[in-house]
Design a protein around this ligand. Structure first.
Ligand code: HEC
Ligand code: HEC
Ligand code: HEC
Ligand code: HEC
Ligand code: HEC
Ligand code: HEC
Ligand code: HEC
Length: 339
């Protein structure tokens, strides 16, 4: 057993792990080994070490009087914004987003943290306005460069993209671990490790996320992906709400609060990178639509590729990306998007 554990450990990219995660990998290789490659684990990176900024050494964007540049100098990516007269120039501190769709940057200016007014988009392989910023009307260079983040903004953004990012209502960026790591979902593991070491089973016990119902899981993932309640109480989002999977899925006829076959983790392993294997998703549909109970109808049109037709990709304006509609449904030509 020990030999197996160490063989597994040896194959891990050690540099990607903190000491705690390396310890988890000892006993939970199935979760700990693939997790660092997932978008959730990479949801936040220091700008100094992020792969995207290292491979994109010079980025530029212009809008009206304002010019934007992100340029690599040594280990830093310098954000420079100018109106031709004045210039703001400062190193980027944090990259939000694993980069598969895009990245938004956080920097410090005048002792305050700001969110960059331009973001990187994979589809453009370049910069454009950060979502929501296109129609903002900056009254000076500081506003043209970015949006100041209040203490609450910091707690919210970093808590969804990192682990241990806040102490109560205060941001704690010094002690946070970037990315959605084990403890962000499973809670503190100090007692788990101590109990395992001393053989104290009660102390070692960790609450299992297996015990969540389908609805409970929707709300748990919804803690960051937004819950049905949150979106239902902010109507009028239009296609923007396609990004909020718990809301969309709940509105589908397939959804059942108690049926594990339609839980987020029936289709997604949160420890793995997002799967693009259509056949794997087909199996999840067929768990109910091929005579499963409660018995759901079978499709008269096709026997494979279910999600491709019934979970259409929806383009979100300004995101330069199409998201997967989790409101599973029959898609009719020219039918409006069902909010
Ligand atoms: C020495 C081996 C060992 C190490 C190291 C270890 N665990 Fe565990 N873990 C176990 C055992 C054994 C159980 C089952 C104990 C129980 O159910 O009370 C368990 C249970 C769990 C569970 C609950 C699984 C479930 O749903 O039933 C989670 C989550 C978990 N560990 C996460 C972690 C994380 C995160 C780390 C790293 C910080 C870690 N473990 C380190 C041995 C280990
Ligand atoms: C602490 C916040 C948080 C929680 C809790 C959370 N997520 Fe995420 N999730 C994120 C963030 C942030 C991203 C975006 C990562 C990126 O692209 O930068 C993401 C991305 C994803 C992706 C897309 C990955 C990709 O490669 O595009 C999937 C799938 C996903 N989450 C599923 C889940 C499931 C299932 C749960 C519940 C078991 C869950 N998430 C819980 C924050 C969270
Ligand atoms: C309530 C949790 C939450 C908060 C707060 C939050 N995010 Fe996210 N963020 C997510 C999730 C979940 C995703 C994944 C969306 C998806 O794949 O559908 C995401 C994705 C992203 C992405 C990936 C690219 C994209 O356009 O989707 C970027 C960039 C990003 N967030 C930046 C930020 C910034 C900057 C802030 C603060 C100003 C922030 N986020 C606040 C949960 C959050
Ligand atoms: C985005 C949230 C999230 C993150 C991050 C996460 N987990 Fe989990 N984990 C879950 C959920 C949800 C389950 C229950 C899955 C289910 O019910 O199918 C789970 C289950 C487990 C289990 C029990 C597996 C089993 O089948 O018995 C272990 C062990 C575990 N996680 C360890 C880890 C370790 C180690 C890490 C960090 C490398 C980690 N998790 C990161 C959400 C997460
Ligand atoms: C019946 C299967 C199924 C269930 C259940 C499901 N998803 Fe998905 N999900 C998919 C498919 C299919 C994709 C697209 C995969 C691809 O791009 O190849 C996807 C993609 C995603 C993405 C990536 C962003 C996007 O829009 O493409 C996120 C994030 C996500 N799901 C979160 C969730 C969450 C959170 C839940 C639970 C509320 C959930 N999913 C439940 C099938 C499912
Ligand atoms: C938990 C079981 C379950 C799962 C998993 C499931 N469905 Fe369903 N689905 C149902 C039920 C129940 C209905 C309503 C009765 C019916 O139409 O057969 C339904 C209805 C539908 C409908 C008709 C919707 C309408 O608007 O009339 C389509 C299309 C569909 N499902 C496709 C899928 C696809 C594609 C997947 C996988 C991505 C999937 N389902 C996964 C149970 C499920
Ligand atoms: C090429 C696109 C396509 C693919 C692939 C596809 N479907 Fe369908 N499906 C349709 C269309 C279109 C309808 C509506 C048929 C009608 O009523 O005219 C439909 C209808 C359905 C219905 C409603 C049946 C009823 O009688 O109420 C279900 C359930 C369904 N599909 C499930 C699935 C499942 C599960 C898969 C994968 C095994 C799948 N579909 C694959 C296009 C597709």
């Amino acid at each position: 057993m020990t030999a197996v554990v160490f063989a597994l450990l040896a194959s891990l990219p050690a540099a990607a792990f903190g000491p705690a995660l390396r310890e988890c990998a000892n006993c939970h290789p199935a979760q700990a080994k693939p997790h660092p490659a997932s978008a959730m684990a990479q949801a936040l990176e220091p700008a100094s070490s992020g792969a995207l900024l290292q491979s994109h050494r010079s980025l530029a964007f212009k809008s009206g009087a304002f010019s934007y540049r992100i340029e690599r100098h040594g280990n830093e990516s310098i954000y420079t914004v100018t109106d031709g007269g004045q210039t703001i120039s400062t190193p980027l501190l944090w990259s939000f987003g694993a980069g598969s769709l895009g990245q938004t940057y956080v920097y410090s200016w005048g002792g305050q943290l700001y969110q960059s007014r331009v973001s990187f988009y994979r589809a453009l392989d370049g910069l454009d306005f950060t979502m929501g910023a296109r129609n903002s009307n900056p009254k000076d260079l500081t506003e043209a460069a970015g949006l100041r983040m209040s203490k609450d903004d910091q707690v919210q953004c970093f808590s969804c993209h990192a682990t241990h990012a806040a102490q109560g209502r205060n941001p704690d960026l010094l002690h946070m671990t970037p990315g959605v790591q084990c403890e962000r979902c499973h809670g503190e593991t100090g007692n788990h490790l101590a109990g395992l070491q001393s053989g104290n089973a009660a102390q070692a016990h960790l609450n299992s996320l297996h015990s969540l119902s389908t609805e409970g899981q929707s709300n748990f993932c919804g803690g960051c992906h937004r819950t049905w309640d949150q979106i239902a109480s902010s109507p009028g989002l239009g296609v923007l709400n396609v990004r909020f999977q718990p809301y969309r899925l709940t509105n589908s006829k397939c959804y059942d609060v108690d049926d594990r076959r339609i839980a987020c983790t029936a289709c997604h392993d949160p420890h793995q990178p997002l799967s693009h294997d259509a056949a794997a998703y087909d199996r999840q549909c067929q768990a109910c639509h091929a005579g499963g109970k409660p018995s759901a109808h079978a499709c008269k049109v096709a026997a494979t590729g279910c999600s491709g037709c019934h979970m259409p990709k929806v383009e979100v304006p300004d995101a330069h990306h199409s998201f997967t509609d989790h409101q599973i449904r029959i898609v009719r030509a020219n039918a409006p998007y069902p909010e």
